[in-house]
Design a protein around this ligand. Sequence first.
Ligand code: HEM
Length: 201
Amino acid sequence: MGCAISGSGLTPRTPEIRSTEDAEAPARLTPRHIHLIKESWKVIQEDIAKVGIIMFVRLFETHPECKDVFFLFRDVEDLERLRTSRELRAHGLRVMSFIEKSVARLDQLERLQTLALELGKSHYRYNAPPKYYGYVGAEFICAVQPILKERWTAELEQAWKTLFQFITGIMKDGYLEEEKTKRNLMLTSTRERPDKRNTMI
Ligand code: HEM
């Protein structure tokens, strides 16, 4: 299970609920990062199903609380069984396809931003809070290191960390935006309720 990631970098330090005022600046992806990510993706791409499974089994091993968010996996005790689960394979592939789309949008970061914002909003609906997002990048790095073997370098690791920080930072913003929208909707409907009661009488 062990995997050495230099520095922590990907473990979220921000509290689950942030106000828009203390929103962090997005992680800065340099042209060099983009080049390194694209080159390594050509290799990773061949094993995306495998990476997706390894990443999620590791996530559930290191942070069992994340498993509870998944309706399909929360009752699975034996994580080894998940390695051959069709559902986990399908879920891993959905997440890896998102990474693939992100890599394809590295030259149009505003399009990647839109994609990640929507993903954050959908994660509010899945009840998957931002405090967990940072773990995924760390597990992704551990899963791809053995595939890239000697091609793995500290610089490449930093590039992938930055991409995950970029994506998850925006996902958090999307989550918070959706949370605010839902809260306002609830407030509005609570305020409207007395009127509704009047019409019932
Ligand atoms: C870098 C972080 C993450 C990425 C890129 C990511 C990506 C995705 C994608 C692409 C989907 C497919 C559905 C959709 O597009 O809305 C999805 C679904 C989902 N994710 Fe995530 N996710 C991340 C982190 C997490 C974490 C940490 C959790 C839970 C602790 C989580 C829980 C879920 C759940 C419950 C679903 C819906 C169930 C399903 O599709 O099978 N996600 N995620």
